[in-house]
Design a protein around this ligand. Sequence first.
Ligand code: SAM
Length: 202
Amino acid sequence: MSGITVLRLSHRIGRDERVTTHVGLTARAFGAKGIAIAGDYDPGVLESLRRVTEVWGGPFEVQYVGDWREYLRSAKSRGDLVVHLTMYGVPLPEVLEELRRALSERNMVVVVGSSKVPREVYELADLNVSIGNQPHSEVAALAVFLDRLLDGLVFRISFPDARLRVVPHPRRKVVLRRREEALAGAEKDRSPGREALNVGND
Ligand code: SAM
């Protein structure tokens, strides 16, 4: 299957650090192959997403985009499908099968906004898609979009090069780390090259 890159428009330093970071974390965790961030150049956000990828695994490409128009035009000229998430678009269930078919052959760029989205984005997009027709959030819209499109990949995804890996547990935090040495009190894990850190409940 081809890959999905999320294009985050109009990032604003001083207002959007947290939400843009959450867009990136959601993109990675739900199965996109990368994020491109347009708007203010913000090395802090880029660095924090790269750091998460280093620790929790990739591949996940994080890049800054100076000119989003040029980015979208060249994506389209390479044959990528551009999907803009907007409350004004076509409901996702109506185009889901079409999008799945397209993704089996082409890369996809999924555009999310922050402040007012320029009209040009609606025109450059191959499809404007809504996750319900009420205003909510780019993080919520992206999560639902990726979850439906990739059929719950978030529950199956794994990152082979991760330094840390969570072992699901009903009552406490259990994290495996790739390093050989165990922390005091750590319980041994059976997977080669990994040891369990019982990090507690906080
Ligand atoms: N006022 C902005 C506008 O005029 O487009 C929308 C701001 S909204 C907080 C930020 C982003 O969340 C939007 O650009 C869109 O990508 C996404 N979003 C919000 N509600 C959505 C919905 N119902 N369906 C799809 N995407 C949505």
